[in-house]
Ligand binder design. Structure first.
Ligand SMILES: [Zn+2]
Length: 199
């Protein structure tokens, strides 16, 4: 059961803070017994890392339902560094983005008529994300109000997120809402985005 994941992306932490924060989060999860310090690549297919922390004795405390004795979780991969994260399966682009200034929704993939991004619409977002990844700042203009909006401020569709720190729980039963709330608190009350997806 190792080819799907639940992901928590911290969309507020800076790239400079991401490394130390990741270390604190790992230490906290080890203390809680959710994971151990042992690394494994078994069933890990994350973006830029191929190893994760093996579940600890108390992993069930993180999930909503651990009653299925055959459902054992896999490693938790920690992805540090500015990147974009896509949940679900397939598309590498956001379906849409909403301008935080004028609230206009820019449609990038016109579901259900189309299943591919409109490249012309996506290009400025893609360029903005590439600049942000490289230099820490990047923006894309809103075609309605003309504002130049940072890629970290665009309100992305739920399956798309940009952030400098993400945690991929490979093969875990659905995480409980209590755990997700505690997790966000431990991140310093940072805003988080949760994704589910399959490799
Ligand atoms: Zn706008």
């Amino acid at each position: 059961m190792g080819d799907f994941y639940e992901r928590i992306v911290d969309v507020e932490v800076t790239a400079q803070e991401a490394g130390p924060l990741a270390e604190r989060m790992v230490a906290w999860m080890v203390t809680e017994g959710l994971i151990t310090r042992e690394l494994s690549s078994d069933g890990v297919y994350s973006l830029t890392v191929d190893e994760g922390y093996v579940p600890g004795p108390n992993w069930a405390q993180g999930v909503a339902d651990s009653s299925d004795p055959t459902w054992l979780p896999g490693p938790v991969a920690v992805i540090i560094g500015r990147d974009y994260h896509v949940g679900g399966q397939g598309a590498d682009e956001a379906e849409y983005a909403v301008c935080p200034r004028c609230q206009t929704k820019t449609v990038i993939i016109n579901y259900p008529e189309e299943f591919e991004a409109n490249e012309e619409v996506w290009q400025p977002f893609k360029d903005g994300i590439a600049a942000w990844k490289e230099m820490g700042e990047g923006s894309a203009p809103c075609s309605t109000c003309g504002a130049s909006v940072s890629v970290t401020e665009w309100q992305w569709e739920p399956n798309f997120a940009v952030g400098a720190l993400a945690f991929d729980f490979w093969g875990w039963p659905p995480l409980s809402t209590t755990f997700c709330a505690t997790f966000s608190q431990q991140l310093g009350h940072h805003r988080t985005v949760e994704h589910m997806g399959k490799f």
